[in-house]
Design a protein around this ligand. Structure first.
Ligand code: GDP
Length: 444
């Protein structure tokens, strides 16, 4: 996701940052490139226009152009505008109502609605200790109700027993009664999808909403469908009172337009991003982090959080502090690699970390897999303590020694050094933006 957009923008900004002084024309030329990059990423035209106008106006001001680091400032302005485009703040689920609080899930067939229902149910149960009941109102698709029951079992979340022949509204009523009787905190209603938006679907949703008065109505859209996802969202937003959007298949290689346009087009926040088929492949949508990812800074906070889930809190804290200070030597990289292994390998982190995506691609191309993590560990293990602290010591002769010692090739050693450099560079960028404070400001 966002790969080519990220690459394109990275190129534009590297050129801007590379110059000591900026003229208004330079910024304007850069913004023309940004505009094309966004359009190619499938971002809706009005959204692109607004974005480019706003950034150009801010970035061509004298304060910016005459500053010591104009390029850096422009990137900061773009970052902030991206964050705004994505919705500014992380939007929590609103569950502040008398229980059972109803969450109605809507969307087209195949968007990932049923899976997402189970994912959110699991999240609420495990992370917030809620008692959750899920009910499928999908009487159109054969076995849809059974599918939710199976997912519920996997997720450890209760589902409403299936009664054949009931209408969606009847099921919703029955679910509400059951939820009240069982003192359920959150009732999730998985409504029927259709292949296209049609009036029957909308009428059905409205009828269900009328009997269940949902606190949240979440639209599930497939981010791979780009502009279509945006059109679908617009249609739904015009008919039902949406409270938020869930983007699925963010693990795919969509160009990102759906994610970037959704907020502006629907006026509703993206609340979650789903990133895979497994039931815990979902995360709260965090505009600041996504913007950081698009601008190629890597998602340091995600990395640290993921690390925190598997390593001791103080270790994660130390890591975060070192990263924020721009300190990142081979020992840090080694700790990271070891953590990655514990976290389930490269797949999880690819895309989060600068350089990681390319490393993973390179590995995939050469038919390699997570064993590479072990190789990297062996390479660092063959360095002397001095080399680990100061990788720049690694000249050709030393590289040959390290490769021999670790049973790898010099080119593997080079790849590792390059990856370390890219990561260290990202840390420095963050430090330039104000160290820990900058990190906090950037990622919230
Ligand atoms: P529904 O028809 O909208 O209820 O869609 P389903 O929940 O049945 O999902 C359709 C397919 O998409 C299933 O095979 C899911 O495993 C898959 N799926 C759902 N969400 C994601 C996601 O975020 N990433 C990926 N890769 N697959 C997903």
């Amino acid at each position: 996701m966002f790969d080519s957009l990220s690459d394109r923008l990275g190129g534009v900004f590297d050129r801007l940052r590379g110059r000591g002084a900026l003229r208004e024309e330079d910024v304007q030329a850069a913004m023309r490139e940004v505009r094309i990059a966004l359009l190619e990423a499938d971002v809706a035209l009005p959204v692109v226009r607004r974005f480019v106008d706003s950034v150009t106006e801010q970035a061509t001001g004298q304060q910016v152009l005459k500053s010591v680091t104009p390029g850096q400032q422009v990137v900061k302005i773009v970052n902030d505008a991206l964050v705004e485009m994505l919705g500014s703040e992380t939007a929590d689920l609103d569950l502040a109502a008398t229980p059972p609080v109803v969450i109605m899930m809507v969307g087209l067939q195949g968007s990932g609605k049923t899976t997402t229902t189970a994912k959110i149910g699991k999240l609420l149960k495990e992370k917030q200790g809620k008692k959750v009941l899920m009910a499928s109102l999908d009487v159109n698709r054969p076995a849809a109700q059974e599918q939710l029951a199976v997912l519920g079992e996997q997720a450890g979340v209760a589902t409403l027993p299936i009664v054949a022949g009931q209408s969606p509204v009847d099921i919703a009523r029955r679910a509400l009664n059951a939820a009240k009787l069982q003192a359920v905190d959150v009732l999730m209603l998985d409504t029927a999808g259709r292949l296209h938006v049609d009036q029957a679907l909308m009428d059905e949703m409205k009828a269900v909403a009328e009997v269940s008065t949902p606190r949240e109505t979440l639209l599930v859209v497939d981010s791979l469908t780009g502009q279509d996802a945006v059109n679908v969202a617009q249609n739904f937003a015009g008919e039902v009172n949406l409270t938020g959007v869930v983007l699925t298949r963010m693990d795919g290689d969509a160009r990102g337009g759906a994610a970037l346009s959704m907020r502006a087009v629907t006026g509703k926040p993206i609340k979650f991003a789903a990133t895979g088929e497994k039931l815990d492949a979902i995360e709260q949508f965090n505009p600041e982090r996504v913007a950081g990812r698009i601008l190629g800074m890597g998602d340091i906070v995600s990395i640290v959080e993921k690390a925190a889930a598997t390593v001791k809190a103080d270790e994660a804290e130390k890591l975060a502090q070192r990263m924020a200070k721009g300190q990142f030597d081979m020992n840090d990289l080694r700790t990271q690699l070891q953590q990655m292994q514990r976290m389930g390998g490269l797949g999880v982190l690819a895309g989060l970390m600068p350089g990681m995506k390319k490393a993973k691609q390179a590995m995939a191309n050469s038919g390699m897999d997570d064993r590479v993590l072990l190789h990297m560990d062996a390479i660092i293990g063959s360095m002397t303590p001095k080399e680990r602290e100061r990788p720049e010591l690694l000249n050709a002769k030393r590289k040959i020694r390290v490769a021999k010692g670790s049973g790898t090739q010099v080119q593997d050693v080079n790849k590792l050094i390059k990856m370390h450099m890219e990561m260290a560079k990202a840390m420095k960028q963050i430090r330039k933006m104000g160290g820990l404070k900058g990190l906090a400001a950037m990622f919230g």
